[in-house]
Ligand binder design. Structure first.
Ligand code: XLS
Ligand code: CA
Ligand code: CA
Length: 436
C-alpha cells in the first residue's frame, strides 16, 4: 500500500518540554481532565474539504498546493487515492473523527444517477477504511453551493427544479452519512441568501428553506437515521446576506417553523466573527437555548475580514470556548471539527500536521485552563454574587411571575433609588489572564 506521508510516524504526546514540532505538547488523548479523557471531551475531527481537497487558491490566483493523490485525468482513481491518504493522515495524527461533503469524496458525473453510483463506490471504500482504522464520522453534509446550478441557492433557488435537485442530493448524502454511522448531518446554506433584493422574493425563499428542512426531518425519520441534524450559521459570503446569519437568527427561524426540537447548531468561530460577534457569543447563545450541538474550530483574521478559515491558535478563544462547552455538560453527538485550511504558502504535506497539532494543542490547553477555572469556582462565585438579588424578595417574585408593573411601581416608590454595583470587568480580565 502506498504511503502518502512518508517520514512522518504516529504523532505522540511528548509534553511541554519537548521541542519536537511533530509532537503534542498538551494534547494527551488518554489524560483525564474534569472526569473524562481529553479525547472524549474534545472529539476532534479532520475536515476533508480543506485538508485533502484544498488547493490554496484565492481570489487572485489559482492553487499552490500540489498533492500526491491528485490525478486530474483519472478522477475516480484520484478519489480513492485521496481517501486512502486521508485515513493514513487520520491514523498518524490520532484523531477519531472526520467530516465530509458528498462532492469532496467523490467527483460529480454527467447526471445524478451516475454521480450517486460514484459516491456509493467511494463510500464502500470509506466503510472499509473506517472498519480497518476505528475512525468514525462526526458528520456528513452536501455541497449544494459549488456547481453552477446552485448559483442562486439550493432550497431558496427561484427554480423548483433546482430545489428538487438539492433535495435529491441531501437525500443521498443523508443515506451515505447513515451508512457510515455518522453522528450528525450539517446544513450550511452556502448560497441560501441573496446578492440583491431587486431580484429576490425574500419571504418566499425563507418559506422554502423551512419547507426543505422539514422534508429533511421527515426523511431522516423515515429512514431512521439517528444522527443529529445541525444548521451552521454564517452571515455573508458567498452571498451578501445569508438567511442563517448567526446563532440567534437560526434559533428564531427554527422556533418559528417548529423545527427547534429536531435541529441544533454547528457554530463556526470564523462565522461568528464575520457576524461581528465573539466566537464565545455565538456558542453561548446556542448553549443557552440548549442547541449547541457541534463546533467548527477555526479562526478568522480581524484585519482581513473574510472567512479565512485559519487553524485555531488563540488560547483566549479556546479557553472561553471550552468554558462554554464544559458549562453545558460537554458534547454528546458533536465535537471540534477543524474546518480550517493551511495558508497558501504552506505547501508541504508536513504543514498539514503542524496545523492540526497546533489546533489540537490549543484546544487541549483551553480545556485544561477551563477545567481549572471551573474547579476553582472564582468566576462562578462572582457571577452568583452579581445576580444574588434574584434569589429572594422582589427578584424571586419577578422570576416566579408573581408580580406585574403595578407591584413593581409600588416597590420602587417604597424603596427609592436602586443601589448600583461595579461590573468589575478589568478585575475579571486580570483574573482570566492569571489562568492562561
Ligand atoms: C463554509 C462552511 C462550510 C461548512 C460545511 O464557509 O464553513 O465549510 O462547514 O458545508
Ligand atoms: Ca464550517
Ligand atoms: Ca468558514
Amino acid at each position: 500500500m502506498r504511503e502518502y506521508f512518508p517520514g512522518i510516524g504516529k504523532i505522540a504526546f511528548e509534553g511541554g518540554c519537548s521541542d519536537n514540532p511533530l509532537a503534542f505538547k498538551h494534547y494527551n488523548a488518554e489524560e483525564v481532565v474534569a472526569g473524562k479523557t481529553m479525547a472524549d471531551h474534545l472529539r476532534f475531527a479532520v475536515c476533508y474539504w480543506h485538508t485533502f481537497k484544498g488547493t490554496g487558491s484565492d481570489p487572485f490566483g489559482p492553487g499552490t498546493l500540489i498533492r500526491p493523490w491528485d490525478e486530474p485525468e483519472r478522477p475516480m482513481e484520484a478519489a480513492e487515492a485521496c481517501l486512502r491518504a486521508a485515513f493514513e493522515f487520520f491514523t498518524k495524527l490520532g484523531v477519531g473523527l472526520w467530516c465530509f461533503h458528498d462532492r469532496d469524496i467523490a467527483p460529480e458525473a454527467d447526471n445524478l444517477a451516475e454521480t450517486n453510483k460514484r459516491l456509493d463506490k467511494i463510500v464502500d471504500l470509506a466503510e472499509q477504511l473506517q472498519q480497518d482504522t476505528g475512525m468514525k464520522l462526526l458528520w456528513g453534509t452536501t455541497n449544494a453551493f459549488s456547481h453552477r446550478r446552485f448559483m442562486a441557492g439550493a432550497s431558496t433557488n427561484p427554480s423548483p427544479a433546482v430545489f428538487a435537485y438539492a433535495a435529491s442530493q441531501v437525500k443521498k448524502a443523508m443515506e451515505v452519512t447513515q451508512r457510515l454511522g455518522g453522528a450528525g448531518y450539517v446544513f450550511w446554506g452556502g448560497r441560501e441568501g441573496y446578492d440583491t433584493l431587486l431580484n429576490t422574493d425574500l419571504k418566499r425563499e425563507l418559506d422554502h428553506l423551512a419547507r426543505f428542512l422539514q422534508m429533511a426531518v421527515d426523511y431522516k425519520q423515515k429512514i431512521r437515521f439517528d444522527g443529529q441534524l445541525y444548521i451552521e450559521p454564517k452571515p455573508k459570503e458567498p452571498t451578501k446576506h445569508q438567511y442563517d446569519f448567526d446563532a440567534a437568527t437560526v434559533i428564531g427561524f427554527l422556533v418559528q417553523h417548529g423545527l427547534d426540537k429536531e435541529i441544533k447548531l454547528n457554530v463556526e468561530a470564523n462565522h461568528a466573527t464575520l457576524a461581528a460577534h465573539d466566537f464565545q457569543h455565538d456558542l453561548m447563545v446556542a448553549a443557552a437555548n440548549g442547541m449547541l450541538g457541534s463546533i467548527d474550530a477555526n479562526r478568522g483574521d480581524l484585519l482581513i475580514g473574510w472567512d479565512t478559515d485559519q487553524f485555531p491558535t488563540n488560547l483566549y478563544d479556546t479557553t472561553l470556548a471550552m468554558l462554554t462547552v464544559l458549562k453545558m455538560g460537554g458534547f454528546t453527538t458533536g465535537g471540534l471539527n477543524f474546518d480550517a485550511k493551511v495558508r497558501r504558502q504552506s505547501i508541504d504535506l508536513e504543514d498539514l500536521f503542524h496545523a492540526h497539532i497546533g489546533g489540537m494543542d490549543a484546544f487541549a490547553r483551553g480545556l485544561k485552563i477551563a477545567a481549572k477555572i471551573t474547579e476553582d469556582g472564582k468566576f462562578d462565585a462572582l457571577l452568583k454574587q452579581r445576580y444574588c438579588g434574584w434569589e429572594e424578595g422582589v427578584g424571586a417574585r419577578i422570576e416566579r411571575g408573581e408580580v406585574g408593573f403595578e407591584e413593581l411601581e409600588a416597590y420602587t416608590l417604597k424603596h427609592g433609588e436602586p443601589a448600583v454595583q461595579s461590573g468589575r470587568q478589568e478585575m475579571l480580565e486580570n483574573l482570566l489572564n492569571e489562568y492562561l
